[in-house]
Design a protein around this ligand. Structure first.
Ligand code: NA7
Length: 295
């Protein structure tokens, strides 16, 4: 069976690696902070001390790190993954990064005879743990076909979006919608609360209308429970908002609503809420309106 090296055991990585193990893939793991891999070792993974050691016998190498800087550090910097991989291996980057980072990775791997896909994922902690992610893929189509059985273990759907960096591009397009939905939910719930509407009743309406969204259901319920436990951190959402701004700038596309939302997220990170769930930025809207959304 295909040997997989999985690097990066954060919120997403732990769920993803767990599902690869459950599916029976021989798995070697590495994480910068090695303690985070212990429970996966108990489930049958082999823990490596360096990225190079992790990928030595791998057919496929996968990683999902926090951001562009982390990927740069792993591949080209202190992780020195590029020196560890060899001709014939396949690398799949699941991280949300700028398409330029993807293109840099793809070129560097190609120079070593390593085949590469960008395959960022929609969904957060629960979907990663349940193997219910939605994956968007860029790169060579035949390679996508080859690794699809692995991606299917992790996901509800996989979509092939086109050549190198089309997965990364789609991911930023999708995250623009996610940010807009969270901002809309926050503004709506704050306004509703100040108007004297019952937040549970408001969610009940949002649940059935032709503008419904699973995000309104899930995050809305967490919001009125005052639950900001981290499924996807606010600081990574700011990272994505910054990536969207840069991506739109590159293409000279106006994104005025996204720009406004980015300012709200930025201010919320400065309040010290960066490690909380992304929805914590709604607290900023609450403060400005002088209300708290709760049951
Ligand atoms: P987390 O839970 O913050 O996990 C981030 C992971 O990235 C974690 O394993 C980190 O290792 C790792 N990391 C961060 N910097 C580095 C460097 N420099 N070198 C190697 N590894 C690093 O993020 P999520 O799992 O929620 O999100 C992952 C991606 O999915 C992200 O792009 C989201 O936008 C979507 P650590 O444990 O801190 O040593």
């Amino acid at each position: 069976m295909t040997n997989i090296a999985y690097l990066g055991l954060g919120i997403m990585g732990r769920g993803i690696a767990g599902n690869l193990l459950k599916a029976g893939y021989p798995l070697t793991i590495w994480n910068r902070t090695s303690e985070r891999g212990q429970d996966l070792v108990l489930q049958g993974a082999t823990q490596a001390l360096t990225p190079a050691a992790a990928v030595a016998d791998a057919d496929v190498v996968m990683y999902c790190l926090s951001d562009d800087a982390a990927v740069e550090d792993l591949v080209f910097g202190s992780g020195d993954l590029l020196s560890g991989v060899k001709t014939g291996q396949i690398v799949i980057d699941l991280t949300t990064v700028h398409p330029d980072t993807t293109r840099k990775e793809a070129a560097a791997y190609a120079a070593k005879g390593v085949r590469f896909l960008d395959a960022p994922v929609f969904g957060s902690k629960n979907e990663a743990a349940a193997g219910g992610l939605w994956i968007v893929v860029g790169g060579e189509k035949a390679l996508y076909g080859e690794v699809k059985p692995i991606l299917e273990v992790l996901s509800e759907t996989t979509h092939y979006m086109g050549g190198v960096a089309m997965g990364s591009s789609m991911k930023l397009v999708g995250n623009l919608v996610v940010a807009a939905q969270l901002e809309a939910l926050g503004e709506a719930m704050v306004l509703a609360t100040k108007a004297g509407l019952d937040p549970e009743d408001v969610l009940g309406v949002l649940h059935v209308t032709d503008f419904k969204s699973p995000i309104f259901d899930g995050v809305g319920q967490m919001l009125i429970n005052r639950d900001f436990s981290t499924h996807f951190s606010l600081k990574l959402m700011l990272k994505d908002a910054n990536l969207i701004a840069r991506f739109a700038q590159d293409l000279n596309v106006p994104v005025p609503a996204s720009a406004a939302t980015r300012e709200v997220i930025k201010a919320a990170v400065n309040k010290g809420w960066g490690a909380e769930n992304a929805s914590a930025f709604i607290k900023n809207l609450e403060e400005q309106a002088g209300v708290v959304v709760q049951k």
